[in-house]
Design a protein around this ligand. Structure first.
Ligand code: B3K
Ligand code: ZN
Length: 883
């Protein structure tokens, strides 16, 4: 397969000024007529300068092609191959090209291009799905005005949607009708969308800041419309927030969202016609958890925010993907932080970053935020491009401040509105608007790997000066053996013995610069920072607020960590101290277990937990985070070779020890945090549920198989009046197993058997179970009527959860988990290669394992690679995973 390189970028030879598309919808044979207004984008002094016109196309049946009204002849005027169609000698100057193709939406199991989701026609064009609809220069730097006619049967497709404004509708013969859509904004083909089907609609209105009346419509399958309220509410809040915080207003009179049940990812930001996975639209208290509500709020906001960061200003080429994704993730994170608890949002973001992006950056698939090459671009919608990309934007925000950042945003949009831009353009706008030099900062875009920062401090009592030495390094990653120092905003604080922040100013700074948290600007591999005029600090608090996506290497004493855990004024750093302390104890416990001993845990740590449980001032959502131990995968990241059994046992032992010592406090927290008001998915009551369910989880660690603990779980489940409280005990029961667990799982199944999204939860919580027979159970569940390999949500819920979230059972010593995994990847590759490739990544983490498991994992990767007719997607992941 061909490797596409960033350095090979060349501007398009032709512009397509307008595109008229006409669809005649039939499930098995849809006709697509297109008329392209083509204009040369290269110098044409004479006919000799005219270049061939290359159009992308895949899985298309060509019906006819004509240039300026004259049919073209294959061989003489054009040629077709697997990847497209080339008009070999077009005329000089502008011309019109008319093409008719036939496609098969019903047979489209890749869910890329035009396909059917539960009988609804819908499209997914990003990254390169448009070429599966018609021949076109399917690249993001070709911006075109679209005029779309959709013809379809009235009974099965009463709703006909595309981008922009509805220009016309009308009746046709044979029970068909049509609609015409006009999008006034030129856009790249990846933002095209079409939806047609029998859909219910929830409509409300929004008045923009400058008085534009916008109709907001959410379309869903019939019967689901009562679950669209939260998404609508989130959309309105996101629209208002973007006006207030970024000064960005919506630009059309209509904004449509369609939710479908079969979708390759979460959602898609097509201009004025966002298409969503049901999972990120539908919610009611009985079927969605507080976490689901939060996810809907952030994804609805994210797709909406793309209207400016992605659509009005788009990407020049796919290597620039983070230009729109990193920035838009940053924007949705800021939205969530402004409407929810900022510290808790930050903690959850960092947890997710460490669970997904740090491992990627440390493994064989590590790549820069702006990759240099790819085989299949769909493999690069990664945590690095998205989440690390957002951290890079956040660092710019820290360096420039909110005002400076917003100045940069305004300049960026002023310069590039209506254009396809690059990451360099973005950084240039930030630098120019603030008159700063960001050349070194750009290394964050080109250098892969998670940097490591080491801090040592020394206090000189005579001069009252604290000196910090900060070193940065970055481990090698594929293709990048040597790294250069990065510009890193590194927030630090010093605490005195009472836990108060010591006001800090750097040597040479005037006293006006004094602050409790100092953001140091790292630029060299080693730097010294001196803080004069300070008393001797009791503890050092660093990377406050997680100001940079780095690993800290510094050793802090258990005592210092306990102190920070109780005292740090920065809530993130306070949480972090607890995580680091827990991690240290867990890793020690692992060693003890491996040596055949019985682990013991510091009382100081348990005391700190007690303080959190007893602190009435503490935000309850924060307390729930602070009381949650690092996950098994994250513990595993810190150890080589990784011992999944010992990690599981160590974590369970610490949980049990905490539960035994703190039983009364846990019971108290459990009792007082019972919510009595009517359900709301956020605020104080969601925080109470989070804390109460955390307490429940510890209490269930007390000899779980015994009556009382088990009974509490079952009672909690049956008393629940919302999904959050139903899922929490069920998840714990699924780990414990036995009769009560089976009966409760059955109850859940019977209650929700007709609700697809809830059945995904039912599949997932069985797949993540620590029970020894989990793999057998997963295989049995594949036979359940709700499961299907051609439905991405089902694959993710059952197989995805097992291979990604259940290290204990996935890494079974006999290799059964790996074998199962590879088998499913191979089958899926023939159905949906994007989903297959995404599912495959855990096999690439073999280097972390012991020798025998390494051998088993590599053998499965070899087996995948030797299979015939592998997709580009799976080939790329499998081959890079073996390098
Ligand atoms: N831009 C889409 C993701 C498209 C993935 C293509 N394989 C959703 C988003 O990031 O908003
Ligand atoms: Zn996005």
């Amino acid at each position: 397969p061909t490797v596409i390189r960033r350095e090979d970028y060349t501007a398009p030879d032709y512009a397509i000024d307008s595109l008229a598309l006409a669809f005649d919808l039939e499930p098995g044979a849809t006709r697509v007529k297109s008329r392209l207004a083509v204009a040369p984008a290269h110098e044409q002094g004479s006919a000799a300068d005219v270049r061939p016109l290359k159009l992308d196309g895949e899985a298309l049946k060509l019906v006819s092609i004509a240039l300026d009204g004259q049919p073209l002849a294959e061989g003489r005027d054009y040629r077709v191959d697997d990847s497209g169609l080339t008009v070999t000698a077009p005329p000089q100057g502008s011309f019109t090209l008319e093409i008719e193709t036939e496609i098969d939406p019903k047979g489209n199991s890749e869910l890329s291009g035009l396909y059917l989701s539960n009988g609804i026609f819908c499209t997914q064009c990003e990254a390169e799905g448009f070429r599966r609809i018609t021949y076109f220069p399917d690249r993001p730097d070709v911006l075109t005005r679209y005029h779309v006619t959709i013809r379809g049967p009235k009974d099965s497709c009463p709703v006909l949607l595309s981008n922009g404004n509805l220009a016309e509708t009308g009746e046709l013969s044979d029970g068909r009708h049509y609609a015409v859509w006009d999008d006034p904004f030129p856009k790249p083909s990846y933002l095209f969308a079409l939806v047609a089907g029998d859909l219910a609609c929830h409509e409300e209105g929004f008045t923009t800041h400058s008085g534009r009346e916008v109709a907001l419509r959410i379309y869903v399958e019939h019967g689901k419309e009562s679950r669209t309220g939260w998404a609508m509410d989130s959309l309105k809040r996101a629209m208002r927030w973007d006006e207030t915080r970024f000064g960005l207003e919506y630009d059309l009179d209509l904004f449509n969202i369609v939710a479908v049940s079969d979708f390759n990812m979460g959602a898609m930001e097509n201009k004025s016609l966002n298409v969503f996975n049901d999972k990120y639209i539908l919610a009611d208290p009985d079927t969605a958890t507080d976490g689901d509500y939060a996810g809907i709020e952030s994804v609805v906001a994210h797709e909406y925010f793309h209207n400016w960061t992605g659509n009005r200003v788009t990407c020049r080429d796919w290597f620039q993907l983070s230009l729109k994704e990193g920035l838009t993730v940053f924007r949705d994170q800021e939205f969530s932080s402004d409407v929810r608890s900022r510290p808790v949002e930050r903690i959850q973001t960092v947890r997710a970053l460490r669970a997904r992006q740090f491992p990627e950056d440390a493994g064989p698939l590590a790549h820069p935020v702006r990759p240099d090459s790819y085989i299949e671009i769909n493999n690069f919608y990664t945590p690095t491009v998205y989440e690390k990309g957002a951290e890079v934007i956040r660092m710019l925000h820290s360096l420039l401040g909110e005002d400076g950042f917003q100045k940069g945003m305004r300049l960026y949009i002023e310069r590039h509105d209506g254009q396809a831009a690059t990451c360099d353009d973005f950084v240039a706008a930030m630098a120019d608007a603030n008159d700063v030099d960001l050349e070194q900062f750009k290394r964050w875009y080109s250098q892969a790997g998670t940097p490591e920062v080491e801090v040592t401090g020394a206090y000189d009592g005579d001069s009252g000066t604290y000196e910090m030495t900060v070193r940065q390094t970055c481990p090698p990653t594929p293709g990048q053996p040597e790294k250069q120092p990065l510009q890193i905003p590194f927030a630090v604080g010093l605490l005195d013995a009472q836990g108060q922040d010591i006001p800090l100013a750097l040597e040479g700074e005037d006293s006006g610069a004094t602050s409790a948290t100092k953001v140091l600007e790292l630029r060299e591999s080693e730097q010294r920072f001196r803080f004069p005029g300070v008393p001797e600090p009791r503890a050092l608090s660093y990377n406050r607020g997680f100001s940079a996506p780095v690993n800290l290497k510094s050793e802090q004493s258990a005592e210092e960590l306990a102190f920070l855990m109780a005292q740090d004024s920065d809530p993130f750093a306070r949480w972090e101290a607890g995580q680091r302390y827990a991690l240290r104890l867990l890793l020690q416990a692992v060693e003890t277990l491996q040596a055949g001993g019985v682990p013991e845990f510091d009382t100081a740590f348990i005391d700190a937990f007690r303080e959190i449980l007893r602190d009435p001032q503490l935000d309850k959502a924060f307390a729930a985070e602070a009381l949650t131990l690092p996950g098994e995968s994250y513990i595993g990241e810190q150890m080589q070779p990784l011992d999944v059994d010992a990690i599981h046992r160590a974590r369970e032992a610490l949980r049990r020890r905490l539960a035994e010592t703190l039983t009364d406090d846990l019971q108290e927290v459990y009792t007082v945090n019972t919510v009595t008001e009517a359900y709301s998915p956020e605020g104080e009551q969601a925080a109470q549920r989070a804390l109460r369910n955390t307490a429940l989880s510890y209490l269930s660690a007390l000899a779980p198989e015994e009556g009382a603990a088990l009974e509490r779980l079952v009672d909690h489940y049956h008393a629940a009046d919302n999904m959050t409280d139903r899922m929490a005990p069920l998840r714990l029961l699924a780990d414990i197993g036995g009769e009560a667990a089976e009966a409760t799982l059955q109850d859940f199944h019977d209650r929700y058997r007709d609700n697809d999204l809830v059945m995904d939860k039912w599949l997932a919580l069985q797949a993540v179970s620590a029970r020894p027979d989990t793999l057998e159970r997963v295989k049995a569940l594949e036979e359940h009527p709700v499961f299907s390999l051609s439905r991405p949500n089902k694959v993710r819920a059952l197989i995805g959860t097992f291979v990604q979230a259940n290290p204990l059972r996935y890494h079974a010593a006999d290799g059964s988990g790996y074998r199962f995994h590879a088998d499913r990847v191979l089958t899926l590759d023939g159905i949906n290669s994007q989903i297959a490739a995404r599912l495959l990544t855990p096999l690439g983490r073999w280097a972390r394992m012991g020798e025998e498991r390494q051998r088993l994992m590599k053998a499965e990767l070899e087996r995948i690679l030797s299979a015939p007719d592998l997709s580009r997607d799976v080939y790329e992941i499998a081959s890079k995973s073996l390098e």
